[in-house]
Design a protein around this ligand. Structure first.
Ligand code: MTE
Ligand code: MO
Length: 245
């Protein structure tokens, strides 16, 4: 069976289980607020749960495509902005020596890590595609610490379900479930195309989630919170929480 028809079958089967009225509710809420994740703001529709569940059943262990070095984009598009805050400018002026990544929430050992600390974790590279929902995309090499190494070191508590990541840029925060947080291609990225991660591309540290759309790869992150619920997070505007590609 093809991937597509398997997906259809699973969605249809889950649809039958959720019932026709559930689908109508899902369609309405999907139109109104965009697809929402399970238990986000308590108004999730079965449709989103189905999409999410079908994706998860099919792709839990799948890998985002990796490219050869000659496919790296020559002029990758970046929004090329840095957070316009005094705090960011001060940290940047100091070469990010005073910058820290604070990790807390449902972890056994909360920590505050410098860039040197993060670089001391096993370093990995991936050449993957960053696709914006607006249509443009580029291929780049990302260098960083797989998030699972860092989570392993801080000791994620058994009841944890999500990792929330916050940017130094006002209003930018997002979250992923544990399946994505522990996925080998989910990186805390501090390098790009052989060098340091430029500020224009989210330096000193960005989340890289290559199995989801570009907006999940939040730039300038400085806080990770491990949690069992994301229903109190601020709404994500027109973006859906799960952006699997
Ligand atoms: N802090 C922050 N992170 C962000 C964004 C942003 O504006 N601010 N844009 C997002 C979107 S919509 C996309 S497509 C990618 C763009 O990544 P790029 O700037 O490397 O091209 O970053 C994501 N992460
Ligand atoms: Mo985007």
């Amino acid at each position: 069976m093809s991937q597509l028809s398997r997906r259809k079958l699973i969605t249809t089967t889950l649809g039958a289980a959720a019932g026709v009225s559930g689908i109508a509710v899902a369609a309405r809420s999907a139109r109104r607020i965009g697809l929402t994740p399970p238990e986000w703001h308590g108004i999730y529709g079965p449709g989103d749960t189905m999409t999410y569940a079908a994706q998860r059943l099919l792709t839990r262990h799948s890998m985002a495509r990796e490219f050869s070095r000659d496919r790296i984009s020559k002029a990758p598009f970046a929004n090329r902005t840095s957070p316009p805050t005094e705090e960011f400018k001060r940290l940047q002026a100091g070469g990010f020596a005073d910058w820290r990544l604070v990790i807390g929430g449902m972890v056994a050992r909360p920590v505050s890590l410098s860039l040197a600390d993060i670089r001391s974790y096993p370093s990995r590279n991936q050449i993957t595609h960053l696709a914006c929902e607006e249509g443009w995309s580029y291929v780049a090499e990302w260098i960083g610490a797989p998030l699972f190494h860092v989570l392993d070191a801080v000791g994620v508590l058994p009841q944890a379900k999500y990792v929330v990541y916050q940017s130094m840029e006002n209003g930018w925060a997002d979250s992923i479930d544990m399946a994505d947080a522990l996925h080998p291609q989910t990186f805390l990225a501090y390098g790009m195309n052989g060098g340091e991660l430029p500020v224009g591309f989210g330096g000193p540290l960005r989340m890289r989630v290559p199995r989801q759309l570009g907006y999940k790869s939040v730039k300038f992150i400085n806080r990770l919170t491990v949690t069992d619920s994301i229903k109190d997070l601020p709404p994500g505007g027109e973006y859906s929480w799960y952006a699997g590609i």
